[in-house]
Design a protein around this ligand. Structure first.
Ligand SMILES: [Zn+2]
Ligand SMILES: [Zn+2]
Length: 332
């Protein structure tokens, strides 16, 4: 659990005994088997996201099995394998929830931030927000799909490229960690050319090449063609003008993170030509279900690096220092 936010090098997560939670009427008790680590966990632990729940247990890419069900739950039998993701619960009544935009709900609860998450043995989650997982993925493979994958999928949707126009589309990806390595597989399967700009030649650039990137470079290298759309997964605002410069007229730049350093000012000419910059905020359950189905069809293969639960601080330190190839996963 997180007692108080601090730089992760100070090891702010404490490994401790806590009571097993009791599920409410509409909730499941899930015994955690694996939990992916995400940059958002790092933002929670280090305090870039304000503390919303004291002593929170982070983690929102949870693969586990149903250990108990609340009185009103009929959807999941005990023992079924399930996934718990970032969107923990929404109000269901606000103007966003009523118009298929529950990702924007102002009353939303989030796993591992406002509610306890998967860096532990058990958690509770509303059954209506829990996913069934396709059988083709084992627990470790499935974990990174639950945020890196779902948010990556929503980022692809927000590029505005229609289903029939993906073939031959030129997509840029900035930052090549857990989300990038899933998104490239989805985009390639849809027929896109993918241009990856990322640090770390040995680890990230090599993985991008292996996964079929058309071109790989760092942020100083300019891609050889103008891009139809790009997604920035790195939390670095200085990449925005760099990415706009490489974007074709009418192109969309999607910012895939929940937190980003300040964006430097830039000339209007970089965004003129009907270029668009937009962020991604959370996801709807529909995104999650559609992504899991598409990932199973492709099938996406996640590259994971595992850590034990007691090594959660070390896992986040490795994430912070770009030392993870693909996605990090805690094994519970
Ligand atoms: Zn709402
Ligand atoms: Zn996440």
């Amino acid at each position: 659990m997180l007692n108080s936010p601090a730089p992760v090098d100070e090891r702010p997560l404490e490994f401790t005994e806590v009571e097993t939670p009791t599920p409410g009427d509409d909730e499941l008790l899930v015994r955690v088997r694996a939990c992916g680590i995400c940059r958002t966990d790092l933002h929670v632990v280090e305090g870039e996201l304000p503390m919303r729940r004291p002593h929170v247990i982070p983690g929102h890419q949870v693969v586990g099995e149903v250990a108990a069900v609340g009185a009103r739950v009929e959807s999941f039998p005990s023992g079924e394998r399930v996934g718990v993701a970032w969107l923990h619960r929404t109000c269901g009544m606000c103007r966003y929830c009523r118009t298929a935009r529950e990702n924007l709900c102002e009353q939303a609860e989030f796993t591992g931030w406002t509610a306890n998450g998967g860096y532990g043995e058990y958690l509770v989650a509303p059954a209506a927000f829990v996913y069934s997982l396709p059988e083709g993925f084992d627990d470790l493979q499935a974990a990174p799909l639950l945020c890196a994958g779902i948010i990556g999928f929503r980022s692809l949707r927000l590029t505005g490229i229609e289903k029939d126009n993906w073939s031959g589309a030129r997509l840029g990806i900035y930052g090549f960690g857990a989300a990038g390595h899933v998104v490239i597989q989805v985009a390639r399967a849809r027929g896109a050319e993918v241009y990856v700009r990322t640090r770390d030649r040995e680890r990230n650039q090599k993985l991008a090449e292996e996964l079929g990137a058309t071109w790989v470079g760092n942020s100083k290298d300019e891609p050889p063609v103008k891009l139809d759309a790009s997604i920035i997964f790195a939390p670095a605002g200085e990449l925005v003008p760099i990415a706009l410069k490489a974007l074709d007229r009418g192109g969309v730049l999607v910012l895939g993170g929940i937190h980003m350093s300040a964006i430097p000012s830039f000339d209007y000419s970089l965004i003129y030509g009907e270029r668009v910059v937009r962020s991604v905020a959370n996801n709807t359950r529909k995104d999650g279900r559609e992504f899991l189905a598409e990932a199973a069809r492709i099938p996406v293969q996640t590259h994971v690096q595992t850590f034990n639960l007691g090594e959660a601080n070390e896992a986040l330190i490795a994430l912070k220092h770009d030392a993870i190839r693909g996605a990090g996963v805690l094994v519970i």
